[in-house]
Design a protein around this ligand. Structure first.
Ligand code: ADP
Ligand code: MG
Length: 568
């Protein structure tokens, strides 16, 4: 069909009841672009209609060198999404009647450069996925308003955001190069036995707790301590210096308000790439680093927390521990057990969000409460074993207990937002002033049992088939609410939406003895091979999604209150 067919239909249904809009579903050659109307909303107040704008590559003009690897495609797609948002702002007229009439939307985004469903580029086309509110007065079709949207607004948006000649080619190349440099740096970490890199000059503090953009004015740029400084030669940017955190156990300490948590938070986010101007462009972390925190109230399903907790007063097993309402310490133990099971290689902990009795028990407390009356083996007695026996490194923020000097490979002190290597000093204090505490649970080996999700436990019943996400932190799966507030490296609402789809999608792989980790790996492989669109139950526009990590997918499964598993 062509533009005239669409205009004819819109003229014909003008003034009729809203369901008449169903007639415009289909694909149209609009001259400069192809319009795909994949889904038509049922009324002006419902979720808006899903459309795609396809510009043939002959017109879009992107050279293959901007999208021919996964990293490049992610960088370009993310860049074009940002341009789409600008063009929608510039060219879309907005309100054209009742409800969502006239609204044009692209998936929202933040500071991270993620793989997204919003723009797809290949040899044949550049394609944008948008939603539009089809115009209505009350519940009557406003055909002429719709003609304005499809005939004037969308061509301008397509022209402005999907054609190289209207874009800043140099900026695009810079974003692609930046992503490649960040990917290179992440690879460098692996080759050099490091877990994180924080470049000299990085700006770590954010504008506020709810605004992830860099702090304006007054931010003190990062200065790496000399002993930990490494120089890396990036393919595009060239030589860059920064603090390289080696594998092993790294303690970040210092006075309150001196920037400890801010540094750790930047390291947490370093599992993702960041846009130019963010301040964390060259803060890069092992992609399998997982933030661990206490999360009392969460549900736990048959987790093996025996590493940390034994002999509970109620006699419950801790090698297969379940609860609907975990305590601070048991939730933190479960979070570690699950992260290890899902393949985490680095644990990131902050005293601000940890359970004290999970982190430490000092000598006096050991005297008062004998170990047979204390179910908890504190993290301090496990952190070395996790490294020596499982190769799992830890970076932890602690300003309140020097007992950790004994188990740390290095100690970084934050002083007025500047890091200093105080390892030698901490060592000598540790030998002058022994803690006199006894190490607990040293005889026990370090391992975590894998779990197998039970087929059927995630089936959706009858009418309650709906899967929906709200913001970054909530998913509704059928009748079940899933809270993800404390999964701190889940950063983008589009990732959460993808996870909601993944829970449903992954059921096809739940069978036999397949472990949760294996199932998630199969889903990740599908995403690698077929793109994120594969997760969607829809044809055409797949919905607004961005790629989550396997670790966050696992975290979501583990918090789902209807999941049932058996241990391997
Ligand atoms: P700590 O964990 O050591 O108590 P935080 O990391 O929470 O300290 O930082 C305390 C405050 O200082 C926060 O408001 C934070 O935004 C700000 N801050 C952190 N790093 C910097 C920096 N490099 N420059 C300016 N302000 C910073
Ligand atoms: Mg803090």
């Amino acid at each position: 069909m062509n533009k005239q067919n669409l205009l004819d239909t819109l003229t014909r249904i003008d003034g009729r009841g809203y369901p008449a809009y169903k007639d415009i579903r289909g694909s149209y050659h609009m001259g400069s672009y192809i319009l795909h109307i994949d889904h038509v909303q049922s009324d002006p107040f419902a979720s808006p209609s899903r459309i795609r704008i396809e510009v043939p590559q002959s017109k879009a003009g992107f050279p293959a060198s901007l999208y021919d690897t996964p990293v490049r495609h992610r960088a370009l797609s993310d860049y074009l999404t940002r341009q789409l948002i600008l063009c929608v702002h510039r060219y879309a007229k907005g309100n054209r009647g009742s409800g969502k009439s006239g609204a044009v939307r692209v998936q929202s985004l933040g500071q991270e450069i993620l793989e997204r469903t919003s723009v797809v580029i290949d040899r044949d086309k550049a394609e944008a996925r948008l939603t539009v509110g089809l115009p209505a007065a009350g519940r009557r079709v406003l055909g002429r308003q719709a003609i304005g949207m499809f005939g004037e607004e969308l061509p301008r948006i397509a022209e402005g955001a999907l054609c190289l000649k209207s874009l800043n080619a140099q900026e695009i190349q810079e974003q692609v190069d930046l992503c490649e440099d960040q990917a290179y740096l992440r690879d460098w970490l692996k080759q050099n036995d490091c877990v994180a890199f924080v470049a000299e000059g990085s700006v770590l503090p954010r504008r506020s707790g709810v605004d992830d953009r860099p702090m304006e004015g007054g931010a003190i740029a990062f200065v790496p301590p000399e002993s930990l400084t490494r120089e890396v030669n990036l393919p595009h940017r060239g030589a860059i210096k920064g603090m390289a955190v080696p594998r092993g156990i790294t303690l970040i300490t210092g006075g309150g308000y001196h920037g400890k948590s801010t540094l750790l938070r930047a390291i947490e986010r370093g599992v993702y790439d960041h846009i130019a101007g963010d301040g964390r462009e060259y803060v890069v972390t092992d992609p399998y680093a997982m933030k661990i925190r206490a999360e009392d109230g969460r549900r736990v399903e048959k987790a093996d927390i025996g590493l940390f907790i034994n002999d509970l007063p109620n006699g419950e097993s801790t090698e297969s521990f379940s609860t609907e309402n975990a305590s601070g310490s048991t939730s933190q133990a479960a979070n570690i057990a699950e992260a290890l099971e899902a393949g985490a290689t680095v644990l990131l902990l902050d005293e601000d969000t940890s359970a004290t009795n999970f982190m430490i028990r000092d000598a006096r407390m050991q005297r008062l409460i004998p170990s047979e009356k204390e179910p908890i083996t504190p993290f301090i007695d496990r952190v070395r074993g996790l490294y020596t026996e499982m190769g799992v490194s830890t970076v932890l923020v602690i300003g309140g207990s020097g007992d950790y000097f004994d188990v740390s490979d290095r100690v970084v002190l934050m002083d007025h937002y500047e890091p200093y290597d105080v390892t030698a000093r901490a060592r000598s204090i540790a030998s002058e002033q022994p803690t006199r505490r006894s190490v607990q649970g040293a005889e026990q080996g370090i391992s975590v049992r894998e779990r197998i999700p039970l087929t059927g436990s995630l089936e959706l019943q009858g009418r309650r088939q709906k899967v929906k996400s709200r913001g970054v932190d909530a998913i509704r799966y059928g009748d079940t609410e899933l809270q993800l507030d404390d999964v701190e490296q889940l950063v983008d609402p589009n990732q959460t939406r993808a996870i909601a789809e993944i829970i449903r999608y992954a059921r096809r792989y739940m069978e036999g003895d397949r472990t949760l980790k294996e199932i998630i790996e199969m889903v990740l492989t599908d995403m690698d091979q077929k793109g994120l669109d594969v997760l969607s139950p829809y044809r055409g526009h797949p919905g607004e999604m961005a790629r989550p990590r396997g670790l966050e997918i696992a975290a979501a499964f583990n918090r789902l209150r209807i999941l049932r598993v058996r241990q391997k």
